[in-house]
Write a protein that binds this ligand. Structure first.
Ligand code: PSU
Ligand code: MN
Length: 310
């Protein structure tokens, strides 16, 4: 069991604390992906592989979650066991953090909650799979992920593979513009669609190397525009992606099923992800894992470029 939380309410793992104190590269990782985004029992193994990938690319991984009420920055084996296997793990957005902490519960942090806690810990880079965004029926349901408003007020760089096409991608891009969330394509001028490298929507800005992204981060700080997040949209490689035809078919089926099923609120995203995993006989899971590992590598390289004074 780690020691008590510091005055900022966080319990930082020793290797992460050491890296932060010395200015070494650190990459934050989310935990909802582990608990609610990936099926058991492979999820724990994947979580370890993501951390190992960050290390191999030269940074210290900090997986973030709430365990027994403690907001943990960096998980030991026992904490990772809880997040990957316990049925008592809530999906936690920033608004839920205080309740789970005060009640001593377990929480897997979404992109929003992970970004909040990572920034609070002084971590500048965060790798994940896909962001939450505006759902397709949002004009009726008002279902827009808290990821967007939280990224609008959180100074962090998030490396992701765009957003899933289960969402309204056009509306999500519009909201990111309104909210002042920066977006750059990595090696692309198109916004990626998670399982596919191209959502069909153009991006205004691209970077082609970790050093270029690091320079953008430096300029944001210099100009004071780092009060919101920068999204680095890193497309899945075509050879790792879901075939287009399979993607389109499964997406249509999943959306139909969600419309017929009474699934609402924070259960919608996990429901659709599980449908993809099942309907593609695990192929979507492989794509998901491949792209998260690529994002972990890129985030670590950007963090290393920043630490190198870029
Ligand atoms: N998108 C994915 N995979 C995920 C998630 C989103 O492709 O696992 C998770 C992330 O943790 C994200 C959360 O922050 O779902 C968004 O959930 P909601 O749509 O309920 O805000
Ligand atoms: Mn929602």
């Amino acid at each position: 069991m780690p020691g008590p939380a510091s005055p900022d309410g966080l319990v930082v793992a020793p290797d992460v604390a050491e890296a932060l104190a010395s200015g070494a590269p650190v990459v934050a990782l989310e935990s909802t992906l582990i608990s609610h985004g990936l099926p058991r029992p492979d999820n724990r193994d994947v979580a370890v592989r993501i951390e190992d990938t960050v290390r191999a690319a030269g940074a210290v991984p900090a997986t973030i979650a709430v365990v027994e009420g403690q907001a943990r920055i960096g998980l030991d084996d026992a904490a990772l066991d809880v997040i990957a296997t316990s049925d008592e793990v809530a999906k936690v957005s920033p608004r839920d953090l205080a309740v789970v902490a005060a009640q001593g519960g377990h929480g897997a942090t979404t992109v929003a909650a992970t970004a909040h806690l990572a920034a609070r810990a002084g971590i500048a880079l965060f790798a994940t799979g896909g962001l939450g965004g505006v759902h397709r029926d949002a004009s009726r349901t008002w279902d827009e992920s808290a990821d967007l408003p939280v990224l609008a007020r959180t100074p962090i760089t998030v490396v992701c593979a765009g957003v899933k096409s289960i969402l309204d991608v056009a509306a999500t891009l519009e909201r990111m513009e309104t909210l002042g969330i920066g977006v750059v394509g990595y090696g692309t001028s198109r916004f990626p669609a998670f399982y596919r490298p191209d959502s069909g929507f153009d991006l205004e800005w691209r970077c082609d190397t970790p050093e270029e992204v690091a320079a953008v981060i430096g300029a944001r700080i210099a100009l004071g525009t780092d009060t919101s997040a920068l999204v680095v949209a890193n497309p899945v490689k075509e050879e790792d992606a879901l075939p287009q035809e399979m993607h389109d078919r499964v997406l249509g089926e999943g959306l139909d099923l969600a419309a017929k099923t009474d699934v609402r609120g924070k259960d919608v995203t996990p429901f659709l992800l599980a449908y993809f995993h099942q309907a593609t006989a695990g192929l979507s899971l492989q794509v998901n894992i491949d792209l998260v590992l690529e994002n972990a590598t890129l985030a670590a390289r950007i963090a290393a470029a920043r630490a190198g004074g870029a």
